[in-house]
Design a protein around this ligand. Structure first.
Ligand SMILES: [Zn+2]
Length: 210
């Protein structure tokens, strides 16, 4: 399980859903490729440049010592991914051929954000025959979520996740509740308690190939 593909409908989704796991995987020397579909130009708060959120993602990549060959940010408009469903699929099929991931991590089928639903569905369509597939947890977007798989985290993985989230100055100033230190620690602690670990992140399993 060495090659891991991360799928973010918008910048910040993968950090919120599995930032601790990303930190742990990089520490373990796994090869990461990270695809972001929308840099959310339309959601930039007043007074900020349109590219701000993309630059915040690039700051995360820099913080993680990722090189530009390890990520790609597309420029789809927020809430417009359903219109571009086929392009999303074709992009994923291309990545499958080029990167050949062992594991794909993306949004849940139980995620009700319209852009997240598209990426979740196309992820399964593209990778169901070739890779293990798991979905990260974004509780504010779910009605239900099955905690089927856990990644144990140490305190330093969680600190790295919090550092990654702090790169999103636009979201922090908007006081988004799921960006708060208290929430991120609380959820990681809750998932940790479920598996007798210090901290953890939970995932749904869509396909597991060993
Ligand atoms: Zn999103």
């Amino acid at each position: 399980m060495n090659k891991v593909l991360l799928l973010s409908p918008h910048t910040d989704d993968a950090e919120l859903g599995c930032g601790g796991t990303i930190a742990k995987f990089l520490e373990e020397g796994k090869e990461i490729y990270w695809l972001v579909f929308s840099a959310a130009k339309q959601s930039v708060p007043k007074g900020y440049e349109a590219d701000t959120i993309k630059n915040e993602f690039l700051e995360v990549c820099k913080n993680l010592n990722l090189t530009p060959s390890q990520y790609n940010v597309f420029d789809y408009r927020v809430r417009q991914l359903p219109v571009h469903r086929q392009e999303v699929l074709e992009t994923l099929v291309k990545i499958k051929r080029e990167f050949r991931p062992d594991l794909v991590i993306g949004p849940s089928l139980n995620d009700y954000h319209q852009d997240h639903q598209v990426v979740a569905n196309e992820m399964i369509r593209a990778f169901k025959g070739s890779s293990s597939i798991i979905s990260y947890e974004l509780p504010w977007n779910h009605v239900t979520f099955s905690n089927q798989m856990f990644v144990r985290l140490s305190a330093h993985h969680l600190e790295k996740k919090l550092e990654m989230l702090q790169c999103y100055h636009t979201q922090v100033v908007m006081n988004r509740s799921y960006f708060s230190d208290e929430f991120v620690r609380g959820l990681a602690k809750t998932r940790g308690v479920q598996i007798d670990a210090e901290y953890a992140e939970a995932f749904e399993v869509i396909r597991w190939i060993m």
